[in-house]
Design a protein around this ligand. Structure first.
Ligand SMILES: Cc1cc2nc3c(=O)[nH]c(=O)nc-3n(C[C@H](O)[C@H](O)[C@H](O)COP(=O)(O)O)c2cc1C
Length: 312
């Protein structure tokens, strides 16, 4: 069976990747997961300078999901290239570096720093960050800001550029098209949904900043809809993300139009979640006589719902 997929000219041996911010730099998992066996590892977000992140609490469990306000803590792009990338190469991982900043110039500087490192397959731009030079408006929530960001990063990059979209928009088609027209090579979606948690005992927010990002199985149907809508808007390869916990979840995202998927929050529940999803996806393909996993991409039947299907 051929599990390989092509994302913007990068050949992945299979379509299951670890999602940014839920898998450290990848090296933390080297004793638990065979990194060389995954489709790829997306690093936690990398910035120009090291960042300490937000004060605790940073995580709060919700019904079928999790809120986080980690604040993009990381060692910085230069330290990543020096201290983590060599080990990831030794381990045979396909590395996708997740990039963020507060201004367009910050993103470009991170990309230039990463350009100097060997062994990165592609960049993933986290477009869910507020642009401090533009009153804090989130890059990915405004098509003009997003196009400016993607254009500048594309010019600076010597590697394929995957643009990761925020779900916190009225119409994902608008931002998907803006990213595509500005030069994105692929899109990944979605990042976390804005949520809020209040402690009824203290009548206070649970997080210092009030809002936090919701992820996990709770968001899967929402993310699946957004992947399907993005598929209608653009022809770029899509990477589906949001609450994926099983091989069948992955199949749903592929059918909706994704070429690959990322597993995020489930890594907190079970550090082998990526491998579990891959094994289950492989079994699904065997059971259904699917010889090439890429044949599932966009292969949704759009007739009326069939009766007698399973619910799980
Ligand atoms: C604790 C945590 C940290 C995250 N950090 C990042 C990050 O640094 N960059 C990024 O693009 N996405 C980040 N994300 C978003 C995830 O990569 C993913 O898009 C989102 O959680 C939805 O997928 P999931 O439901 O499988 O977790 C983070 C998510 C969580 C839960």
């Amino acid at each position: 069976m051929d599990l390989s997929v092509d994302i913007a000219g990068v050949r992945l041996q299979n379509p299951v990747l670890a999602a940014s911010g839920t898998f450290g730099y990848g090296t933390e998992f080297e004793d638990i997961v065979n990194l060389a066996g995954l489709g790829g590892v997306v690093t936690k977000g990398l910035s120009r300078q090291p960042m300490a992140g937000n004060p605790s609490p940073r995580l709060f469990e919700t019904a079928a999901g999790m809120l986080n306000s980690v604040g993009l803590q990381n060692i910085g792009a230069a330290a990543f290239v020096r201290t983590r990338l060599p080990r990831l190469r030794q381990l045979g991982a396909v590395v996708i570096a997740n990039v963020f900043g507060e201004t367009v110039a910050d993103y470009v500087e991170v990309i230039e720093t990463l350009n100097a490192g060997e062994g990165i397959a592609a960049y993933e731009l986290n477009a869910s960050c507020p642009n401090t030079a533009c009153g804090g408006m989130v890059f990915g929530a405004d098509p003009t800001l997003l196009a400016e960001l993607v254009g500048a990063c594309k010019r600076a990059s010597r590697r394929p550029l995957i643009v990761k979209l925020t779900p916190n928009v009225a119409d994902i088609g608008v931002t998907a098209r803006a990213a595509a027209e500005a030069g994105a090579d692929a899109l990944s979606l979605v990042n976390t949904f804005l949520g809020l948690a209040i402690d009824p005992e203290t009548r206070r927010f649970r997080f210092a900043r009030g809002v936090a990002g919701l992820s996990g199985p709770a968001i899967k149907p929402l993310a699946l809809r957004l992947v399907y809508e993005a598929r209608q808007a653009v022809r770029l390869p899509l990477i589906g993300i949001g609450g994926i916990a099983t091989g069948r979840d992955a199949v749903e995202f592929l059918l909706a139009g994704a070429s690959a998927v990322q597993v995020g929050t489930m890594n907190f529940w079970d550090p082998k979640a990526t491998e579990n999803v891959l094994r289950e996806l492989t079994r699904f393909c065997h059971r259904h006589g699917i010889e090439q996993v890429r044949a599932l991409t966009g292969a949704l039947e759009t007739g009326p719902p069939a009766t007698g299907g399973t619910t799980a």
